[in-house]
Design a protein around this ligand. Structure first.
Ligand code: ATP
Ligand code: MG
Length: 575
């Protein structure tokens, strides 16, 4: 392709709203174009890379036995009502009405639709197992779209669904997908880590996230260097501190004026924060959006509450809980903002971190302005409606598997696999007849990859101060020929010759024949990140050109044939 004929618009300026390298570079290269918040289109270079990622996904999915289909993006509300997710998915579900007032949504994911197909089409065990997938545009009305393609409201996803006779079959399907994902992300040039993950709004039992390591990623992961433990911090279990052996002392109310935080009260009383109890107050909502109940969660003073664990313990959707208005909650439950403790609290659900049950003589709010109570003990002085692990696993906390100090890293969630089990087949009555003509629930798994988020993650991991450095496998073009002096007949002839020899060998080549200064062309080639650059300039009459890889600093002078051979070799090895 000749660059002079292409629709390309690179920007010199960094757009103000773009904060992270991938967003800045995808905009500066003109690969993506913003239409509205979290909504982007793809220009020729961007779309070529998207399609390469899709092709990698397709080939590995097909090898793993997947069959590609394509369902509509618009989904009728009835199916979501059947599964219970019309409410559970919350405001992220992009709801629309047709002209007759019938409810639909723009699909954020397709479990209901695929379950519906299978319950209609599968009757016998002989038809299972089966794996269906699609690559399709998804919609999520994200509260905070940001970072360009990373968290957008319209994005491309590959979603696959497996259907098995039993849980053993599911284990195998899950394992096959897990391995396919490892191949896909490796071929995309990503450095990634599969980690155990929470199942969120999708549901099911087990799940892994595939996380592309990056400082700008929104996923926080905890891992252990001594054993194989690796999980998102949302999911990671946290080890309780060992139980105290000291005697329970009598409770004692103490005046602690103005000490509304754990830090303040611990300082004031001269005790470590590990001897205090922290309260967090919430209100939950029902399906109509009315207040349902108040919730008080308690963790040791130095710990942080893990919101995902609390939501799972309450068995409610993420959007159905928020921090309580303390003044309002106080009237009903007796809590007092800044001085709330578990003793004497009423008319609210009390959720207690498991560790607190073994600790002795802690200091908690007295539910009275400017007062705390010392020597509070679980069992004797208060009880929890729910007792469970509510803690966030922090860096250097003991590993839940082997006890060594854990490490933290950040990453971008590029894919996630779930063992759904019978969650959807039960809700939607998807059954098959086994060998004995008995009805049995189909056992499901689902598997997503954010195609456009993967594009961002690749740029995030492969760039320098001059631009993108595409891995060959996903580069919009493999080679760019920079013609230094358009109009110079010899240079043009040499460039054309290289162009046709490479094209004939199946290499995707760009010819920068634009009437621009060489400096501009070199800058654009670096910005666009084409893996191989062949420069045709002064020494063209001798048949000598310059060969340079984007990822390396040095250039080499070569004959035309050598440059063509070197380019073909590296493209074939890495594409
Ligand atoms: P997140 O936790 O980042 O909101 P999720 O866990 O809700 O994502 P899944 O339901 O697992 O996402 O969707 C499958 C894949 O789709 C994700 O692994 C991610 O790569 C991609 N994805 C999800 N939401 C977005 C989004 N808003 N923009 C771009 N890609 C997304
Ligand atoms: Mg996910």
């Amino acid at each position: 392709m000749k660059l002079s004929k292409m629709h390309i618009k690179t920007l010199r300026e960094v757009p103000a709203e773009a904060e992270i390298p991938s967003h800045i570079l995808l905009i500066r290269t003109g690969m993506i174009r913003k239409l509205a918040s979290g909504i982007y289109g793809f220009m020729p270079f961007g779309w070529r890379s998207v399609r390469k990622i899709e092709d990698i996904i397709r080939s590995e999915m097909d090898k793993a036995g997947g069959q590609e289909i394509h369902m509509s993006a618009i989904q009728p509300a009835e199916l979501w009502q059947e599964s219970g997710r019309w409410f559970a998915y919350g405001p992220e579900l992009w709801r629309v009405k047709d002209r007759n007032g019938r409810d639909f949504c723009l699909g954020p994911t397709h479990e209901e639709i695929f379950t519906d197909i299978i319950r209609n089409d599968v009757s016998s065990y002989r038809q299972l197992p089966m794996n269906l997938y699609q690559i399709q545009t998804k919609y999520r009305d994200e509260a905070r779209p940001r970072f360009g393609l990373m968290r957008s409201r319209e994005f491309i996803m590959k979603d696959a669904y497996s259907f098995d006779r039993d849980f053993e079959g599911l284990d195998k399907s899950y394992d096959d997908m897990y391995k396919a994902y490892e191949k896909i992300f490796t071929r995309c040039g990503l450095t990634f880590r599969p980690v155990e993950a929470d199942t969120g709004a999708i549901g099911g039992s087990n799940s892994h996230e595939f996380t592309a390591l990056s400082e700008v990623g929104e996923s926080e992961i905890a891992y252990c260097e001594k054993c194989s433990m690796a999980a998102t911090t949302e999911r990671a279990q946290c080890v309780d501190a060992p139980a105290d052996t000291e005697e329970m002392l009598p409770m004692e109310e103490v005046n602690t004026p103005g000490t509304k935080t754990i830090e303040a009260v611990a300082d004031f009383l001269g005790m470590p924060q590990t001897k205090t109890i922290k309260a967090l107050l919430f209100v939950t909502y029902d399906e109509e959006g009315n207040e349902k109940e108040y919730v008080a969660a308690f963790v040791r003073g130095d710990r942080e509450l893990n919101m995902t664990k609390l939501i799972n313990a309450l068995n409610i959707p993420e959007h159905a809980i928020e921090f309580a208005d303390e003044a309002k909650m106080s009237q009903k439950t007796g809590c007092v903002g800044g001085f709330t403790g578990p003793v004497g609290l009423h008319d609210c659900k009390v959720v207690v971190d498991s560790e607190l049950t073994g600790l002795r003589n802690l200091c908690a709010g007295a539910n009275k302005e400017n007062y705390h109570v010392k020597n509070v003990n679980y069992g004797r002085d208060y009880k929890g409606d729910i007792v469970t692990d509510l803690k966030l696993l922090k860096e250097d906390d003991p590993c839940p598997v082997c006890g060594a100090p854990v490490k933290h890293a950040r990453g971008i969630e590029v894919g996630q696999v779930f063992k759904l089990g019978t969650k959807y087949s039960q809700a939607m009555n998807a059954v098959y007849k086994d060998e004995n003509q008995q009805d049995r629930l189909i056992v499901m798994g689902c598997y997503g990859i954010g195609v456009t988020r993967t594009l961002s993650a690749i740029v995030e991991q492969h760039h320098d101060e001059n631009g993108i450095i595409w891995p060959m496998s996903v580069a919009p073009y493999h080679v760019i020929i920079t013609l230094v002096k358009p109009g110079d007949e010899t240079q043009e002839a040499v460039a054309e010759e290289i162009y046709s020899r490479l094209s004939d060998a199946g290499v995707e080549v760009l010819l920068d024949d634009r009437d621009e200064r060489p400096g501009v062309k070199f800058k654009d080639a670096d910005l666009l990140g084409i893996p191989v650059r062949i420069t045709v300039g002064k020494r063209a009459p001798e048949g000598v050109v310059e060969y340079k890889l984007r990822r390396e600093a040095e250039k080499q002078e070569m004959s035309v044939s050598e440059a063509v051979a070197a380019a073909i070799e590296i493209v074939n090895a890495e594409k």
